[in-house]
Design a protein around this ligand. Sequence first.
Ligand SMILES: Cc1cc2nc3c(=O)[nH]c(=O)nc-3n(C[C@H](O)[C@H](O)[C@H](O)COP(=O)(O)O)c2cc1C
Length: 476
Amino acid sequence: VTPEGTRTEAFAPELLGSPGFREDYGVRYAYAAGSMFRGISSVELVSRMARARLLAFFGAGGLPLETVEEALIALRRRLGDRHAFGVNLLCNPDRAEREEATVSLLLRHDVRHVEAAGVTRVTPSLVRFRFSGAGRDEAGRAVALRNVIAKVSRLDVAGDLLAPPPAGMVDAMAARGELTPQEAEAARALPVVSDLCAEADSGGHTDRRNPHVLLPEFRRLRDGAMARHGYAKPIRVGCAGGLGTPEAVAAAFVAGADFVVTGSVNQCTPQAGTSDAVKDLLTRLGSEDTTYASSPELFELGAQVQVVRRSTVFAPRANRLHQLYRGHDSLEAIDPRHARVVQESWFGKSFEDVWEETRAHIATNRPHDVERAERNPRHRMALVFGWWFARTSRSAVEGDAAGAAEYQIHCGPALGTFNRHVAGSPLEDWRRRDVDAVADVLMRGAAGVLGERLAQFLVPAVSASRNGGEAGREHD
Ligand SMILES: Cc1cc2nc3c(=O)[nH]c(=O)nc-3n(C[C@H](O)[C@H](O)[C@H](O)COP(=O)(O)O)c2cc1C
């Protein structure tokens, strides 16, 4: 090792992480741009990444299936079969039929890669996606045609995903004709996921887990599963959450990540499917400008999302609505003074009007929800509050100036750190921050950081041994 020669050659960004990841996805870097709901990770974003030979996932969550289908057609038209891309699969125990319909759509369009999120248990839809087209290769090894990267923050869920799907589920699916005999046989010998991503505290939904705890835990679980099940092909373990600087990305690889996934940094790029108003705001953020708020999608479960707190009252209002929900059995039970503030100042509508509008909106797609709300006033309250959450998200994505004070923008501190990292460079302006350029800054930067650190640690050691251990003795 010399201080000059080896740094860049030894630490090319193309060498960071798992070679198997780069090979399976046909990409340059062991890096992925994670899904962002409602098409924020847009057709534009995914195809820009794919053309740069980088992996990205289309944000199918929260979009009508017809819109997802249009996106799949557009992606195929732009990319053909030459460039790999992926799509998000949101697993929500309350919306199993949506998960099932999404998988049918993805298989119809022969999508090869999904990023699964919100997984709480192994579901038949996930198994159907993963093993559709699976079988044996010429050497007789079980092989899958499709990849599933699951983003997980719970150890029990990670353990289930690293194992083959439950035998009873595979048998029942085979009996129903949802898996062919060959697919079922492969399913018994392969893990549910090809890649497991440790989702540490991140923009959007978060369990606020610490990456330094989660990644080693997941790696240990993976090693155990590999030994127990004797899989021929390694399961890769990656890391997401908080990656907005070369240092953070380098740390993930040093800790053993096979790949990294970014999110927040990609929302402030020309390709992201959100408004210029949001991008202007995001570009000014520091790492201290995000906070936690009640989750719109998992409101009744009390889950949280990480969002922008600067220039918007979304977080305090979302949290207040959740307090009201927790403390009352129905809208009618809320203290009239508080109910008036919410209706007049926040919603600009009465609860009654909001409920009528909501009921009309969901009557066709979610009739069971309407029935449930009419039986259960607390569920009705959740749906009425949900109307406001939907408005705050829509205003942000559309850049509606009238709704600017309550924009709901999912984002973690990674973006603030990225903003500071590129300050003074051309990428300070988001209009020049193409999503693949962001990946390059992070991955090339990470390679540079690793080279510098190693030179720092190794060179004194090398000269110490050359000088007969002088430097070593200094530390005695
Ligand atoms: C605006 C936004 C929307 C997101 N929507 C989704 C989503 O629909 N599905 C999903 O799996 N992850 C979603 N995520 C999470 C990202 O894919 C990624 O895992 C996460 O942002 C990584 O953490 P970071 O934000 O700290 O980089 C979203 C993140 C952001 C910032």
